[in-house]
Design a protein around this ligand. Structure first.
Ligand code: HEC
Length: 183
C-alpha cells in the first residue's frame, strides 16, 4: 500500500465520520425539545394589537386595557343632561382642596369654579393660569369639561392642574352635571 492509497482510505474514513456526525447532529437539532422540554411550537408571545385610541395617535390612552371602549368626550357630554348632580357634588370633594364652588368663592390653588360652565377658559381675573391653559381658547362647555376632567394633562398639555382625572364615564357626567349647577 503506498501513501496515496493510505490517503484515500483516510479521506474515506474522515468523510464517513463527517457524514455520521453531521447527520446525527442534524437529527438532534431537528428533534430536540427546546430548552428544558415542552412542546413549544411558538417562541415568545403575541403582542397586543393596538386599540382604536392608539391607532388614532392618542398615546395617552393607549394601553388602558380596562377601558371597554375608546373614550369620546362628545359621547360622555351627551350623558350630562341625565346625570346625577348629587353624585357630582360628592365627587366635587376631590376638587375642593384646590377650588371653591360657591358664589363669591375665592381662588385657591385653582381658580374659583362658580359659573365655570360656559365661561371662557382661563378667564378668572387675578388668577395665574398656565400659558398652556390660556392658549387653549374656547369656552368650558360640557364637552371641554369632560375632556379636561378625564385627563387634564392630555387635554391641556402643560396645565398646572395636578389631578389624575376620572376614568368612568358616569363620574365624568356626574361631576360636569354638578359644575353646571354652580351658577
Ligand atoms: C391639586 C389642585 C387641583 C385639584 C385637586 C383640582 N384642580 Fe382644577 N385647577 C387647578 C389649577 C392649578 C388650575 C389652573 C390650571 C392651569 O392654569 O393650567 C385648575 C383649573 C381648572 C379648571 C379651568 C378653570 C378656568 O377658569 O379656566 C377647571 C374647570 C377645573 N380646574 C376643574 C376642576 C375640578 C372639577 C376638579 C375636581 C374633579 C379639579 N379641578 C381638581 C388645581 C386643581
Amino acid at each position: 500500500m503506498d501513501s496515496f492509497e493510505l490517503n484515500k482510505i483516510a479521506g474515506a474514513v474522515l468523510a464517513a465520520l463527517l457524514i455520521i456526525v453531521g447527520s446525527t447532529t442534524f437529527i438532534d437539532i431537528a428533534t430536540a425539545p427546546d430548552h428544558g422540554g415542552g412542546e413549544h411550537e411558538v417562541v415568545g408571545y403575541e403582542l397586543p394589537k393596538p386599540d382604536a385610541a392608539a391607532a388614532s395617535g392618542d398615546h395617552a390612552t393607549a394601553g388602558e386595557a380596562a377601558a371597554p371602549a375608546a373614550f369620546d368626550a362628545a359621547t360622555v357630554a351627551g350623558l350630562v343632561a341625565a346625570a346625577s348632580a348629587e353624585k357630582g357634588a360628592k365627587l366635587f370633594k376631590k376638587c375642593t382642596a384646590c377650588h371653591t364652588g360657591e358664589q363669591g368663592g375665592a381662588n385657591k390653588v385653582g381658580p374659583y369654579l362658580w359659573g365655570v360652565a360656559g365661561r371662557a377658559k382661563g378667564s378668572v381675573d387675578g388668577f395665574g393660569y398656565s400659558e398652556a391653559l390660556k392658549a387653549k381658547g374656547g369656552n368650558w362647555d360640557n364637552e371641554a369639561l369632560v375632556a379636561f376632567l378625564h385627563k387634564p394633562k392630555a387635554y391641556i398639555d402643560g396645565t398646572k392642574m395636578i389631578f389624575g382625572g376620572f376614568s368612568a364615564d358616569s363620574d365624568l357626567a356626574d361631576i360636569v352635571a354638578y359644575l353646571n349647577t354652580l351658577k
